[in-house]
Design a protein around this ligand. Structure first.
Ligand code: ATP
Length: 344
């Protein structure tokens, strides 16, 4: 953002934008006009280096989607600072950067209601509320707070006055609640729709959709993986070769299940479970050139879920596996024989 914005009312809108969708555009255009903002910095977060890499756009591709998708909005400035800083992105650092140029009264951090609900878990959220006002946009499936009691716990102690659309905070700043003409869209839903070849007309603008198509982003993994039964055997072989405990696989095509195949294995410690999941991701990348669609739970290693679309791999710390007994859910599936090591 340029140095001469000092007397302007400025918004900051952060996110992963993976990809930019119509919900984001609705939020910034509505907030801009309701609050009379002069400029909004759109700040894509850096990819978290502590997470396992997953299929999806590079930082440069996410930036390009913002450039093509927001080209018509001259009040928007795409701000690369979090990507340039790298590492985990914390809003407080970005807000501090803006606060060097914009007075606290004129600075607005814009978040969706889902983010607001966990705002008191954000790093140094108290500091954020000294340096900037908050603007909270409605989001389908989430309820705007009716009273101060419904605010995130950490914020309640800062409330000086509450009215349904505005909270005055004792930091001198305020929280505006903005009810949008809701667009029921999330980036994760868009990714799912694209992967399964469903339409996204309502979810993406034409330039973003075109960019995704020309770059071949969010394509179905199926084409690259081919036969999922062989793929399941491959992953099972990797796990067996890495001394996973009790590795089992099921063909769930005849069962009513979210994936066609599933694999379950245990590690003897959380560390072992984590490294098993990492081995699967690494060796699949080597052999198939494909990263998982998503990975959850890797930081803790109690239950790591590696999602390859039609195959979901569950790696447990063995002790935790007993608690969930997932195999009971898959009784309707047919067992798949697995090799003792990674197939050649
Ligand atoms: P995901 O589905 O992957 O969690 P997302 O759709 O929430 O992604 P982000 O890039 O993480 O997208 O969101 C950036 C910001 O936009 C967040 O503050 C989020 O709350 C807000 N936001 C996202 N979608 C909407 C929507 N449909 N309406 C209002 N705000 C939204």
């Amino acid at each position: 953002m340029a140095q001469n914005t000092i007397d302007q009312r400025v918004g900051i809108f952060g996110g992963t934008f993976n990809p930019l969708h119509t919900g984001h555009i609705n939020a910034i255009t509505t907030v801009r006009s309701r609050l009379g903002l002069d400029a909004i910095g759109v700040v894509p977060a850096a990819q978290n280096p502590r997470k396992l890499p997953v299929e999806g756009p590079t930082n440069e591709q996410r930036l390009e989607m913002l450039r093509v998708g927001l080209a018509d909005f001259d009040f928007v400035e795409i701000d690369e600072q979090e990507i340039k800083r790298g590492g985990p992105s914390y809003s407080v650092d970005t807000v501090k950067d803006y606060a060097e140029r914009v007075k606290p009264d004129d600075l607005y951090l814009i978040v969706g209601l889902d983010q607001f609900e966990v705002f008191d878990t954000w790093k140094d959220y108290g500091k954020i509320l000294e340096l900037a006002n908050l603007v909270v946009c409605s989001r389908p499936g989430h309820q705007l707070p009716f009273s101060a009691d419904e605010l995130p716990e950490g914020l309640r102690k800062h409330v000086a006055a509450f009215d349904r659309s505005y909270v005055q905070l004792d930091t001198g700043r305020g929280i505006d609640f903005v009810r949008l003409q809701d667009v029921d869209v999330s980036a994760s839903e868009v990714r799912k729709r694209l992967r399964s070849g469903r339409g996204v007309d309502r979810h993406l603008t034409i330039p973003v959709e075109e960019y995704i198509r020309t770059q071949g982003l969010y394509g179905p993994l199926k084409e690259r993986i081919g036969d999922y039964e062989d793929f399941t055997r491959f992953c099972g072989g990797v796990l067996n070769g890495r001394k996973a405990v009790n590795v089992r696989a099921f063909d769930l095509r005849q069962a009513d299940a979210p994936a066609e195949f599933t694999l379950i294995a245990s590690g003897t410690s959380t560390r072992h479970a984590q490294s098993l999941a990492e081995s699967v991701a690494r060796e699949v990348k080597e052999e198939y050139g494909v990263l998982p669609q998503s990975v959850e739970g890797v930081g803790e290693g109690r239950w790591v879920l590696v999602d390859y679309g039609a195959l979901i791999v569950h790696v447990f710390y063995d002790y935790v596996r007993q608690e969930y007994r997932l195999e009971d859910l898959w009784k309707a599936g047919a067992p798949v024989d697995l090799p003792a090591e990674r197939p050649k």
